[in-house]
Design a protein around this ligand. Sequence first.
Ligand SMILES: Cc1ncc(COP(=O)(O)O)c(C=O)c1O
Length: 487
Amino acid sequence: MDTSVAPETAATLDPADWQSFRAQGHRMLDDIVDYLEHIRDRPVWQPIPETVRDRFRLPIPTAPSELAAVHDEFMQHILPFAVGNAHPGFMGWVHGGGNPAGMLAEMLAAGLNANLGGRDQVPIEVERQVVQWVRQLFGFPETASGLFVTGTSMANLIGVLVARTAALGAGVRRRGVAAGGKQLIAYASAAAHGCISQAMDLSGLGSAALRIVPTDERHRIDLAALENAIAADRRRGFSPFLVVGNAGTVDIGAIDDLAALSELTDREGLWLHVDGAFGALAILAPDLAPRLAGLDRADSLAFDFHKWGQVPYDAGFILVRDGTLHRETFAAPAAYLRRETRGLAAGSPWPCDFGPDLSRGFRALKTWFTLRVHGTDAIGATISRSCALAGYLAGRIAETPELELLAPVELNIVCFGYRSADADRINARIVADLHESGIVAPSTTTIGGRLAVRAAIVNHRTQARDIDALVEATLAFGRARVSSLAA
Ligand SMILES: Cc1ncc(COP(=O)(O)O)c(C=O)c1O
């Protein structure tokens, strides 16, 4: 056996020259701060040339490159071709804009390279502090548990799994869902996000065990239809166990009547999970918070700090009223994760006892920095303002005969269309034209069978002039598309 080792300097990945590394680091920081400071001067998005894509099809490097050269590659070929959700003209899907303080916190977290699966460390105390703030924000008891996860899709899955434990007991983890002979049934409205159905699939309950309940004209769950569906399932011998309510639907931002929903689930003995991906943080806006009445009675709540909370991606969160049940759903003994009362292995329970991830990054730090630096009043004010901007856009649509509103404006999302004989085709093209123009970037959805241009105002940087730009550019592209089709 060869017992020699490489010379010390060659053995690590640290820079040989810390001084030049530091100077390069400062240049990188300057470049990304310049990007944020002058983001308005850039296109929201631009098409990706094939030559650029080709650069990302090269084989894995075996030899080193200069950090400066790799950074240059980032500046030239990655940064200009990102989605652009930090840009004030970005209005597609539901993307937050991030914030510079959160970005710096992410750099610090990477430097610390903390793993928040467990162990006795202050980074976990930071996460526990955010959990405590979240409990207080949503009026949950001290015994409630919380956990950072990737996003609301994962948080909703955890919500469904804890509800499954509540219905079948923790033994379901060993025996599987079929063992008890019960067919568990969940309910969500037709406006629920697709990840709810996926959560049913991933939890082994099956997406067919999710009943899709119709909505009213404001896209809120129809409570009478829900009650009827539950009764019908009971008559057939099924076991209703879960209702998923919405605090901000993905299409139009509708908020279910959560107070009535919680009364219904109490009466029926069902778990109430709320998908508040973006809408839950409306709790920070005094003018909107009353719309969330009843949320404090949910059994579990999923939401994202990376949407309306403006924390850089990713920072999803799950809050569970019954922390014991939450822990019983995930905690598993393992010799190599043994807990102690002193030393690094102290501090049980650990975050890994509340979710499927053992290795976990320090998402809490960028959230904690964002909350500490800006305070909840400022974040609440940006949330109110994005709803006011949505109202402004609805007003501009109402006064423009070529445009029509396709859904009620409940929160911060406006679904509209350019009127024409071939509206679906024209509006799809208008949205692609808008993207390629780099002026603004809405997305599309289908409302009542019709394709809608969908503008979700989430970014704290968006201003009335961006709404004006959206209206003017939609009209310009709409007119051009209609006349080119006529020709
Ligand atoms: C209502 C709703 N639920 C769930 C999700 C999924 O969240 P995430 O993308 O963070 O997984 C979204 C995403 O936009 C959403 O709007």
